[in-house]
Design a protein around this ligand. Structure first.
Ligand code: ATP
Length: 298
């Protein structure tokens, strides 16, 4: 599939702070790509570099397989800062001003207002909008001119649950129209709900990337014991879903690649003539899993 964005070994320092270190990424057409990481992990810096708002110290990036230029910039829409429009003007007038700045006609305004659910409020002043509606207008403005890529930085920050749900649905709707979306978020849950692909950042470094369902797959683990621990360890390694094992004197903790039920595991050991003296399942929340991934890679 066509590469929309290719980032090659980008680094950005602010004095002694390494905001982004040697970051490489590829975003392909049609993906909803999440850049996931805690506060200060370099998400906004990365987006600012690829939008040419700041310059990296080293590394390079390409949009649509080419060095960025005036034409490629027109194919990208973005919402990086909190929504800022003229408070006493209506969304229609505000969008006309944006269209003038983008040097495009006004015929797309009705479409983006409809898409973001603001058409009915097209004649209200911006200052009467809720924060959620302001955020939607920012998305509408980024979509003016029908860009192929939409970049959003923490699009649900500060919204109430209803506003969050609305923006997430809107992102999925926009993605379903074939627009590639790049979204920075510190919310694992958000990335899981809306992204197809993810890169996880910590302290400016990429820890891993890939398809969301692979990268964030939860692997259950089991605590097991048997009279002969050595035999237990040797046997469990033959389980088709075996991933890894932590061995202690009296117990072992086993991780599996896929979901394994306690019944199935018990049957597996009986089949191999190993009698368990202990079996308990450990289920981790996704948050725990994410934190573990971050901690393991520090
Ligand atoms: P957040 O979600 O809090 O915005 P982030 O993942 O987007 O975090 P960045 O804003 O990219 O992270 O910041 C990465 C690091 O660079 C942080 O340590 C931050 O303090 C630092 N940083 C960012 N911008 C500047 C700046 N203009 N001057 C100095 N340091 C900066």
């Amino acid at each position: 599939m066509e590469n929309i964005l290719t980032i090659s070994n980008i680094s950005k320092r602010y004095g002694k702070i390494h905001a982004v270190s040697d970051l490489s990424l590829e975003v392909k057409r049609g993906q909803v790509f999440g850049i996931l990481g805690p506060n200060g992990s370099g998400k906004t810096t990365t987006l600012s570099v690829i939008l040419e708002l700041i310059r990296a110290n080293s590394g390079s990036f390409q949009w649509f397989g080419q060095t960025p230029d005036k034409e490629s910039r027109k194919r990208i829409g973005s919402v990086i800062e909190s929504p800022n429009f003229f408070p006493y003007l209506t969304p229609v007038i505000n969008l006309k001003i944006v269209a003038d700045i983008k040097n495009i006609g006004y015929d797309d305004i009705e479409r983006v207002l409809n898409l973001t659910g603001l058409f009915d409020r097209r004649n209200s002043r911006f200052k009467t909008f809720s924060f959620g509606m302001k955020q939607r207008l920012a998305v509408a403005s980024a979509l003016l001119g029908n860009p192929e890529v939409l970049i959003l930085d923490e699009p649900t920050n500060g919204l109430d649950p209803q506003g969050i749900a609305y923006i997430r649905e809107l992102i999925l709707l926009i993605a379903s129209q074939g627009i590639t979306i790049i979204i920075a978020s510190h919310l694992l849950d958000e990335v899981q709900k809306i992204c197809s692909h993810v890169a996880v950042l910590s302290s400016g470094k990429k820890l891993f990337d890939g398809q969301v369902r692979e990268v964030l797959a939860i692997s259950d683990s089991f605590d097991l014991a048997a009279t002969n621990i050595e035999l237990l360890v040797n046997t469990v390694k033959f389980h088709p879903s075996f991933r890894s094992v932590i061995t202690n004197a009296e117990k072992i903790q086993v991780f599996f690649k896929d979901h394994v039920s306690p019944e199935e595991l018990n049957r597996f050991f009986i089949h191999h003539d190993v009698i368990l003296t202990h079996l308990s399942e450990r289920k981790r929340s996704l948050e725990q899993h994410f934190l573990e991934l971050l901690n393991n890679n520090k």
